[in-house]
Each structure stands twice: as C-alpha cells, then as structure tokens.
Design a protein around this ligand. Structure first.
Ligand SMILES: Cc1cc2nc3c(=O)[nH]c(=O)nc-3n(C[C@H](O)[C@H](O)[C@H](O)COP(=O)(O)OP(=O)(O)OC[C@H]3O[C@@H](n4cnc5c(N)ncnc54)[C@H](O)[C@@H]3O)c2cc1C
Length: 379
C-alpha cells in the first residue's frame, strides 16, 4: 500500500524524538520532553495494541522499599547508591500525587508493611537496630524521623499466619495502575504526543539525520533522536545491554466478606507482595522459587508459581478464611533486572538513548527516570 501525501506529512513525518515503549517510563519521558520543549515533534511506538510489559500488569504498589530490601541493597549497592535509588522512588511517588488527584488513580496512602516469618533469622534486636539506622538515613528526604516502625502488637488484628514481626512504613500506599497509565497516556496525547500501537520496532539504524526506525508495519520512521523505554524487551534491539527479563505472576481472589485490612504488604525481601483490592486479595511473587524458569519474556503464568502463590495465600494471608474464596484472575507481567539494581539511563551515542531496567518498583521510579532522560536528551 502506498502512503498518501497527507499521511506522509503527518503520521509518518520525520520526528524530533521517537520513544519506543508506552509503559510508565516511555510516557513520563514524553511528558517531561514535551513539558520542557512544547514544540518538539514526538511519537511513541508500542508493539502491543495496549502497553504490554509490566506497567499494566503489576500490583499497583506505591512503594519505595521494604526494610529488609533496603538493608540488603545497602550491602550490595553501597549506602550512597541505595539512598540515591530509594530517594528517586520517593520523589517519583510525590510527582505522581502532584500530577494526578488521588481519586483519579485510586491512590491511597494506606501504609506499606513487611512481614517477617517465624523461619526468618532476624532477631528483634537486629530489626530495631536496622529500623533506627535506616530511619536516620531516610530522614534527609522523607523529613520524618520514623519512616519505619515495628508494630508486632498489630499482627493479630490482620489475622496473618506464620508472622513473627511486622514493620510499617506510613509513607507508602497503593494505586490503580491501569487508571494511572491511561491518565498519563491521555495527558501526553493532550500535549500533542502521537502514540501508535501495534508497531514493533524490529531494528534501528543511525544515519546522517539521526536514526531510521524499522518496524513490522510497512512504514519506517526517521527521527532526530531515539529513546528506548523497552524495559525487559530491550535486548531484542540491543543485545549487548545488561538487561535481563524477570517474569512476575499474580493471582486475585473472589471478594471475601469482611476483608477490612488495607496496605501494601511485602515479605521475603519483596519476593512476595499482596494487598486488598475491593475485598479481594491480590497476591504476587514467588519468583525466587524458580528463578531460571522465570527469566523469560513469555507473558504466561506457570503452574508451579501459581501453586506456590495459592499455598502462601492459604498459609499466611488468609488462614482464617479457608474455603471462603476462589481464584478469579491470574496473570503475568515482565520486569527487567540486571547485574545491578539501578535503572539504566544512558546516552548510547549516535542519537540513541535508553531508560530501562526498572526492577520491581518502576511505578515509583518512572517519573524521575523520565525527567532525567528528557534532560539528558535535550542537553
Ligand atoms: C507482576 C508485577 C508486579 C509488579 N508490581 C509493582 C508494584 O506494585 N509497584 C511498582 O512500582 N512496580 C511494580 N512492578 C514493576 C513495574 O511494573 C515496572 O518496573 C514498570 O512498569 C516498568 O515500566 P517500563 O515503562 O519501563 O516498562 P513496560 O511497562 O514493560 O513497558 C515497555 C513497553 O515497551 C514495549 N516494547 C518493548 N519492545 C518493543 C519494540 N521492539 N517495539 C515496540 N514496543 C516495544 C512493550 O510493549 C511495553 O509496552 C511490577 C511488575 C510486575 C511484572
């Protein structure tokens, strides 16, 4: 099919910036590029007919780090890098709340919690020490002396099983990922960003005008600068980058009468996570039990992980509600990890940039990463 002159001069006109990927990172990047440079011609291309990676398939936690995870990250990344990462997430959550009204995205500051099981070897003394130490570090950006608190007295009010300690973070909460993503999508479209779906970028090629973008459609696109926000799928275009896919699986129960607790709950260094979504439990994780199998971009659930999640649900989350629910939904999404936990935000040369590898807390990270890469591209 030939392209008409009207199509050539609008939909397929050379762009100032093409962004590949319309997940949270692609959209926040477009938002900041356009906000700071309203005349830029920007197109976002996504291979899915809706954004299809992690952004619409996650748990909707508005979190910046459970205690055990930040303690562990402090050891692997070093204290300064861990603080940098956590502060990025914290600021990202502030931006989300600044740009979108709570009711629009079902944002609830209901607290983040971490459960420590009876098998966990952390002693009460170690836990108290870690809480005081991390609180003293986080005070600089949270402005509060007590980000985390030990609330063992409250364990019985939730009715959780196999729980020895409970730590609360008052500054975390939950949101509706689908509502946030669509609100952001409409926001950038309203700013004049063109978004095209079902367009897979198959290869990219630098030329004297910037970058030529080849796709699975009949059309190719010319752009001055190209930004990859392809997260877990990045290696299909740039195999040399340190980005590894990590599948995350989720289950959602039927409504359970009287399920009245709320919060964003984690355990096992963030490998399990659950929340109350309209009197239904949304539970995800267990990836640590089959790491090799879950290193995949295949967006399907597996029997093994689904069984582990059901087992956890029964034993830890809902021991007092046996036979009171069924599993109504199951799904999988793909995160991106790498040899280190920091996001990969980089000028790769030849007018090519990337903002990928958001690990497990990309909802919070995306606004700050988007702003950072937008600045990098225009400097
Ligand atoms: C099960 C699960 C639970 C999670 N829970 C949470 C949570 O509660 N809180 C939290 O903060 N984070 C959570 N995360 C992580 C978070 O969702 C991600 O970090 C974040 O969404 C990453 O956003 P992104 O825009 O970088 O990537 P994605 O949302 O994956 O977007 C990448 C996009 O690029 C497109 N794409 C890729 N390759 C191409 C190509 N060649 N051509 C065209 N398009 C392409 C894809 O279609 C996709 O839409 C979870 C993730 C999963 C999987």
């Amino acid at each position: 099919m030939q392209v008409s002159i009207w199509e050539k001069e609008t939909f397929f006109a050379p762009q100032d910036v093409i962004i590949v990927g319309s997940g949270f990172v692609g959209l926040w990047s477009a938002f900041y590029l356009k906000k700071n440079n309203p005349r830029l011609k920007i197109t976002i291309l996504d291979q899915g007919f809706i954004p299809t990676g992690a952004s619409t398939r996650n748990a909707g936690f508005a979190c910046f780090g459970s205690l055990s995870e930040v303690v562990s990250d402090g050891k692997t990344l070093g204290t300064d890098r861990m603080l940098e990462l956590v502060e990025m997430r914290y600021k990202g959550l502030e931006r989300i709340q600044k740009h979108f009204k709570d009711a629009m995205i079902d944002f609830e500051l209901c607290g983040g919690y971490e459960l420590y099981s009876h098998q966990d070897k952390t002693t009460t003394a170690e836990l108290s020490y870690n809480i005081d130490y991390i609180n003293s570090l986080f005070k600089t950006f949270t402005g509060t002396k007590k980000t985390y608190r030990l609330i063992d007295d409250s364990i019985s009010t939730f009715g959780f099983g196999n729980t020895k300690h409970l730590v609360k973070n008052n500054l975390e909460g939950v949101l509706h990922s689908g509502k946030l993503l669509t609100a952001l999508l409409h926001r950038v479209q309203g700013m004049g960003v063109q978004v095209m779906t079902s367009v897979e970028v198959t290869s990219i090629e630098s030329n004297s005008n910037g970058v030529m973008v080849h796709t699975n459609q009949l059309h190719e696109f010319q752009t001055s600068k190209l930004l990859l926000c392809t997260n877990a799928f990045t290696r299909m275009l740039l195999p040399e980058l340190d980005v590894v896919p990590a599948r995350g699986q989720v289950i959602l129960t039927s409504p359970i009468k009287g399920l009245n607790w709320s919060g964003a709950f984690h355990s096992d260094e963030g490998y399990y996570y659950f929340r109350n979504l309209g009197e239904r439990v949304l539970l995800g994780g267990a990836r640590n039990l089959a790491l090799e199998n879950e290193t995949t971009t295949v967006m399907e659930t597996s029997n093994f992980i689904q069984q582990q999640l059901e087992h956890y649900l029964e034993r830890v989350v809902l021991p007092e509600h046996k036979n009171a629910y069924t599993i109504e939904h199951r799904w999988a999404g793909i995160m991106a990890m790498g040899s280190e936990k920091m996001p990969l935000v980089k000028n790769l040369g030849d007018n090519l940039f990337c903002a990928v590898r958001m690990s497990g807390m990309g909802v919070a990270l995306a606004p700050v990463v988007g702003q950072e890469v937008a600045k990098m591209m225009m400097d």
